[in-house]
Design a protein around this ligand. Structure first.
Ligand code: FAD
Length: 281
């Protein structure tokens, strides 16, 4: 992808089985046709996917593909996180998505979550500028945030600690993103904020997931999706058109790129990227 093109990245979660991994590598190769700037691989609550995430990252690097591991402290101590980062560095990883993560279910009150700004500061302290650091941002506010202004102040804290750019939670209302970017700029955030894009695959999963992570599905959209009932093919076709329009609006109005939550599937992400004309030369 050349420099004038918007940045493009694709997110995966680590599969639990060897068959799942094999399938994911095929998806990766199909999406790699679009010459993304990087892929990213999530990290389970409390480090639960540590080995699976690391295994996938190593394989991507061995295959010569740019990839960024997501990382959070979870229940780990500094030594464990530092040696994981050293392994990533040795494998040639140069980008990390630094997060606080969430409390794994079934864990009691003794568990301490480390805010993402602390992880960013920790990485900068021990690894200098070896990694490009991405952090998370929430145009519709993080569900635990006390207020909108607190949430963007904490985002600024992540940049002040050394983050280079942010990727947002997904949203379906482009105004939420543009308002958010404006508010961030007003408090002095100058780094790029890349919109996270969720392709629409399945109504039930989307609503369940959105309720947990605080991403809003506008009422009109819920109603429209509900009306498709079991007709997944029509729902997906509608979703492709809707998300293509969303991406078009974002890019036309200055979003610096797109980060796709692929849900480990080639489609509908590939169709949306093709519709947008983001095909590498
Ligand atoms: P933080 O930035 O630390 O913020 C968490 C909350 O605390 C917010 O409400 C914030 O307002 C508040 N806060 C922040 N700093 C402070 C402070 N210093 N003092 C007091 N309050 C503060 N989850 C996973 O488990 N694995 C993943 O791989 C993963 N990948 C993600 C990728 C992206 C692009 C996004 C947007 C989210 C991802 N998540 C992932 C979800 C994320 O871990 C959760 O949303 C989590 O609850 C917050 O993580 P954070 O890094 O945004 O936390």
């Amino acid at each position: 992808m050349n420099d004038s093109q918007p940045r493009l990245s694709f997110e995966f979660f680590p599969p639990k089985t060897p068959e799942g991994k094999e399938k994911l590598i095929k998806v990766r190769d199909q999406l790699n046709e679009f010459a993304p700037d990087f892929f990213s691989v999530t990290y389970g609550a409390g480090g639960s996917t540590r080995d699976n995430t690391k295994g996938l990252i190593t394989q991507f690097k061995n295959d010569g593909i740019a990839v960024a591991p997501h990382l959070s402290f979870g229940g780990d101590d500094e030594t464990t996180i530092k040696s994981l980062l050293e392994e990533y560095q040795a494998a040639g990883v140069d980008r990390i998505v630094a997060l606080r993560g969430d409390m794994p279910s079934g864990v009691g009150g003794a568990y301490q979550l480390v805010y993402a700004n602390q992880l960013v500061a920790f990485i900068r302290e021990h690894f200098g500028n070896q990694f490009h650091l991405e952090v998370a941002a929430y145009p519709e506010i993080h569900p635990q945030a006390k207020s909108y202004s607190d949430d963007i102040r904490y985002l600024k804290g992540k940049f002040d600690a050394g983050a280079d750019s942010a990727i947002t939670q997904y949203f379906f209302n482009p105004d939420a993103y543009f308002y958010f970017v404006d508010e961030c700029q007003k408090i002095g955030i100058t780094q790029p904020i890349y919109p996270g894009i969720m392709p629409i695959l399945n109504y039930k999963n989307l609503t369940r997931f959105s309720d947990t992570c605080g991403a809003e599905i506008p009422r009109w959209l819920r109603k429209a999706l509900e009306n498709f009932g079991d007709d997944e093919a029509s729902l997906r076709a509608f979703g492709v058109e809707l998300v293509t329009d969303l991406c078009d609006t974002l890019l036309e109005n200055g979003a610096p790129g797109l980060h796709f939550y692929t849900m480990n599937q080639t489609e509908p992400t590939a169709e949306i990227v093709r519709n947008l004309g983001l095909v590498s030369e």
